[in-house]
Design a protein around this ligand. Structure first.
Ligand code: MCN
Length: 775
């Protein structure tokens, strides 16, 4: 197999179309007779619906129907199926598409209006009479975990729905023999996701059949099909779910949402196509978010500062429902012990329901929270023992010669966590060299001369990628010689159409321009899981390699028959199969595809099936572990407390790179997310669970002006766990980024400043800390 494209920074094939307005997003779909939906949402965090009276609203201009859940009674009823059941959750904690009794968060859908236009639908919403009895709300996970707290759901005796535990080794013994023990409390905050495109759904019944088509801005079209089919009691073959172009997902769009079901139920009930496009305020209210986590942890280390053990507890705010089961807290737990070779750890996570919008994976999905607390603990040890922060890490890391390394932890499916390959110390060395850590004190002094405080931050992480069980792909050469890759893997901007094409083009020896990738249409490829957990490069990438290899072998077999030569004499290059060293003795892939497409009465070559095509499923039975070290410099204006990230350097290992340009983009995008978490993004609620930050005037996102230049250095340690040697790259930028920025701010404040325990940090806080250190 030639490698003309694998590893090459090929510009993204999808960009010319997307950047010139050629994208086809859900909102671009216009079907004849389509009605527009708007949702009546709960104005309170917790309440009981006494009455919904739409009579006045029904008479308003353009209004075609107003539905509550009872209007769908003939088709479906009850709560939606959970996406990820967990044995600790005896009954599912999910909501109905439209809630008819108890509302559990502000924004929960109660009724929907269908009208000729969205504006008319929204006008009618205001005329629906809604009577809700207010109930006490559990608005803060800390209080909600207490026995006497207001209950988030009336039918649950406690808000603590599960306690997960991850333990390895004899933690008591490790702590007893440790030279030092330090206890700290940390907080990470609930933020949003804020993809550029909000959510959106269109559903339409076919004119003369039972087929329902649903277009949804989703990371998981196959999960939408599976759960919607189960809910409707239909066969999956009656449902086609398509994720067209999607303008960012970042985790929340992997969820299956009430609005997706409600729009489908409405389309079936009224018989007309129905469209709903989420507006930005709805996104703040009703799209799943990150989570508050409050950790109390104790770290043990030896006299030299080697971290030996960690123990403690986390209170995890799960939000109002558990559509994802316990995946989030379980992922945070499975991320222990990060890059550190701990002799023992024992962590408990209390999963607490609150009356806030449900939580879901958001880039990193719990891993950034764990990286934050582990990196803070490493810095805490350094601070107490007067060691450099990199020395504590060097002494505590899993070493290259320990690979493969069983951490003692368990994945969320119960399997043992075993890191596959890598050299964590090398990543640290690279990043320190590239940021010129040795010259930092000089730069700090120069900044001080300008009246600024400069800090150097450091953070490392390990990331489990390539979650199983599988993604699949089929590769087909058309009779015109084009190569079509079909896969269930949905893309939201990751560049799959380029990277999967690179793999197929290499295997078949064709030009990249001859390959197209079709994805995320349940009508075009039978199975798919989801674009989450940085898994598509590993799973779909390997599947394309497997399928394309089968097509190649088949092409060679048929060419050998057509050219009357032995298979071992043949090679594929430039779309032609030819005899090695005999120019002109060739047959094109197109000709082979035409032969295998069949003609009436003409026999196929012996021993081959029709069609120059094959399907591959790579079953990822073991995870591939990416890792990296980040370093950054943050400059603080001591008067205003403004913190600016001025430099950011990354050493990252995601195995073999399919496309360095795309991987760099992934890492950069991830870091933006982490900087937002560290400095800007705070989703605030009042004590009644009312969201307070529902516009970009109140909720800050990092913009280009806040971004430093990001320098990325790759280490390529192939993963032995898949045929193309890759590890995922989609979240590695985010995972340690908030920890790195916070570490830099702490460093800028100097040894007299506080040890930082939470993010995001505001300029006001920083200015207060600066003032306190000056007194
Ligand atoms: N890649 C590569 N070489 C590697 C690893 C990855 O060239 N060794 C390429 C892949 O081929 C793919 C991209 O990098 O084109 C990301 O691959 P991967 O790490 O497998 O991640 P996924 O494709 O599974 O994407 C999911 C991941 C997650 S979990 C979130 S959240 C996220 C992210 O990707 N959301 C994104 N990146 C995003 N990028 C954009 N633009 N939009 C989102 O919503």
């Amino acid at each position: 197999m030639s490698t003309r494209y694998f590893g090459v920074a090929v510009p993204r094939l999808e960009d010319p179309r997307l950047l010139t307005g050629g994208g086809n997003y859900v909102d671009d779909i216009a079907l004849p007779g389509m009605l527009h939906a708007a949702f009546l949402r709960s104005p309170v965090a917790h309440g009981l619906i006494r009455r919904v009276d739409p009579s006045e609203a029904r008479a308003m201009p353009g209004v075609r129907a107003i539905y509550t859940m009872s209007d769908f009674a003939k088709i479906a009823s009850g709560p939606m199926p959970p996406m990820a059941p967990h044995p600790l959750l005896k009954t599912p904690i999910t909501c109905a598409p439209l809630t008819s009794d108890e509302v559990c968060y502000v924004g929960e859908p109660i009724a929907m209006v269908l009208a000729d236009s969205r504006a008319e639908a929204e006008d009618a919403l205001a005329a629906i009479e809604l009577d809700i009895e207010h109930l006490p709300a559990a608005a803060d996970a800390r209080d909600a975990a207490d026995a006497g707290a207001a209950r988030a759901h009336l039918n649950r005796e406690s808000n603590v729905i599960a306690t997960l535990r991850g333990a390895h080794g004899n933690v008591d013994q490790v702590f007893a023999r440790a030279a030092h023990r330090f206890t700290e409390t940390f907080e990470t905050h609930r933020g949003g996701c804020h993809s550029m495109e909000c959510r959106g759904v269109v559903a339409a019944m076919a004119a003369r059949s039972a087929e329902l088509s649903v277009w949804t801005s989703s990371q998981s079209p196959y999960m939408v099909r599976r759960h919607l089919a189960a809910y409707l009691g239909r066969d999956e073959s009656d449902l086609r779910v398509i994720a067209p172009d999607v303008g960012g997902g970042f985790g929340p769009k992997a969820n299956v949402y009430p609005e997706e079901f409600a729009v489908a139920l409405a389309a079936i009930t009224c018989g007309w196509p129905v469209k709903w496009i989420e507006d930005r305020q709805e996104h703040f209210l009703a799209t799943t978010q990150q989570r508050d986590q409050i950790w109390t942890l104790e770290v043990a280390c030896d006299a030299q500062g080697r971290m030996l053990g960690v123990r403690g507890r986390c209170v995890h705010d799960h939000g109002a429902y558990a559509p994802y089961g316990l995946i989030l807290p379980a992922t945070a737990l499975a991320s222990f012990p990060g890059p550190y070779a701990l002799d023992a750890f024992d962590i408990a996570v209390d999963v607490v329901l609150t009356n806030l919008v449900p939580t879901s994976p958001v880039r990193g999905a719990g891993r950034p929270n764990t990286a934050f607390v582990l990196e803070r603990l490493a810095d805490c040890v350094a601070r107490h023992l007067g060691l450099s922060r990199d020395e504590v890490r060097r002494r505590s890391f899993v070493t290259a010669d320990q690979m493969p390394y069983a951490t003692g932890g368990r994945m969320r499916d119960g399997s043992a966590v075993a890191y596959d390959s890598g050299d964590y110390t090398r990543a640290l060395d690279v990043v320190l060299e590239k940021i010129d850590a040795a010259g930092f004190e000089r730069r700090r002094n120069e900044a001080a001369a300008r009246g600024r405080l400069l800090g150097l931050g450091l953070a490392s992480c390990v990331e489990d990628t390539g979650l199983g069980p599988f993604e699949g792909a089929s590769v087909r050469v058309t009779p015109a010689g084009q190569v079509v890759v079909s896969t269930g893997a949905a893309s939201q901007g990751q560049g799959h159409a380029t990277t999967l094409a690179q793999i197929a083009a290499d295997a078949l020896g064709v030009d990249l321009s001859q390959v197209s990738v079709k994805s995320a249409d349940t009508g075009a490829f039978p199975l798919g899981i989801s674009t989450i957990a940085s898994r598509i490069a590993v799973t779909a990438g390997s599947s394309v390699a497997i399928a394309a290899r089968k097509v190649r072998d088949k092409a060679i077999m048929v060419a050998a028959h057509m050219l009357e030569v032995g298979e071992h004499d043949l090679e594929i290059e430039n779309g032609m199969v030819g005899v090695v060293g005999v120019p002109g003795l060739t047959v094109s892939l197109a000709a082979i595809a035409r032969t295998l497409s069949g003609a009436a009465g003409v026999r196929l070559p012996p021993g081959v099936d029709p069609d120059l095509a094959a399907t591959g499923y790579f079953e990822a039975s073991q995870l591939a572990f990416a890792y990296g070290s980040h370093a950054c410099e943050v400059e603080i204006d001591p008067e205003t407390g403004d913190a600016k990230v001025t430099r950011y350097v990354v050493a990252h290992d995601c195995g073999k790179l399919i496309n360095p340009l795309i991987v760099d983009g992934q890492i950069r995008g991830g870091i933006v997310h982490g900087i937002g978490n560290a400095l800007y993004e705070r989703m605030k609620h009042d004590e009644a669970g009312q969201p307070l930050t529902t516009t970009y005037g109140d909720y800050l996102l990092p913009a280009a002006s806040e971004m430093p230049d990001i320098e990325i250095h790759h280490i390529e340690t192939p993963s032995p766990r898949n045929p193309i040697g890759v590890k995922g790259a989609g979240e590695g930028g985010t995972i340690p980024a908030a920890a790195c920025v916070i570490s830099a701010i702490e460093n800028a404040l100097g040894p007299a400043g506080p040890f930082l325990r939470a993010h995001p940090v505001s300029p006001e806080q920083i200015a207060e800390w600066v003032n306190a250190t000056r007194q």
